[in-house]
Design a protein around this ligand. Structure first.
Ligand code: MN
Length: 155
């Protein structure tokens, strides 16, 4: 038996002992996203081969449009927003479950009037995200899919 089982309590709007982190450090292609590593990232949780993170996107915010070889399992907990998956855009709401397939461009956008909170489960060992090419961005625009930042907002 292993005595490292535990309950991480949700108290006063956060998880006890879980830090609120920046979503990513080195890119400006996202806005107003925080990350909490809930399960699987701590030293005493290596019995898990996956990491469960909680992301919160403030109203009007969005994650980076990216792709990678690993898949994502996403479960929406609160708010409303949009998920871009490949060449499609989907409205998402609480308890919706999203499968982001391998090598598929994806972005999560919060609506303008509510924060979007979701769990995202990933493999512990995974590759780094890659950004879309200018041609891919043009193709999405031609299809009427609108990743952010839009052309007018680009830094
Ligand atoms: Mn991703």
């Amino acid at each position: 038996m292993d005595d490292r089982s535990k309950v991480i309590k949700y108290l006063n709007g956060g998880w006890d002992g879980v830090a609120v982190r920046d979503y990513k450090e080195n890119d400006r292609l996202h806005r107003s996203v925080t990350r909490r590593d809930l399960l699987g990232a701590a030293q005493d949780e290596h019995g898990l081969s996956v990491i469960t993170r909680y992301f919160e996107v403030a109203p009007g915010g969005y994650s980076t449009l990216e792709r990678h070889e690993h898949a994502h399992a996403v479960i929406v907990l609160h708010g409303q927003g949009t998920a871009i998956l490949g060449e499609h855009s989907y409205a998402i709401a609480p308890f919706d479950c999203v499968y982001v397939a391998r090598d598929t461009l994806h972005q999560f956008q919060a609506s303008e009037d509510a924060a979007l909170g979701f769990l995202c489960i990933v493999d512990r060992v995974r590759d780094r995200p890659r950004l879309p090419s200018p041609d891919e961005l043009k193709r999405l625009a031609a299809l009427g899919v609108s990743p952010k930042p839009g052309v007018a907002e680009k830094p």
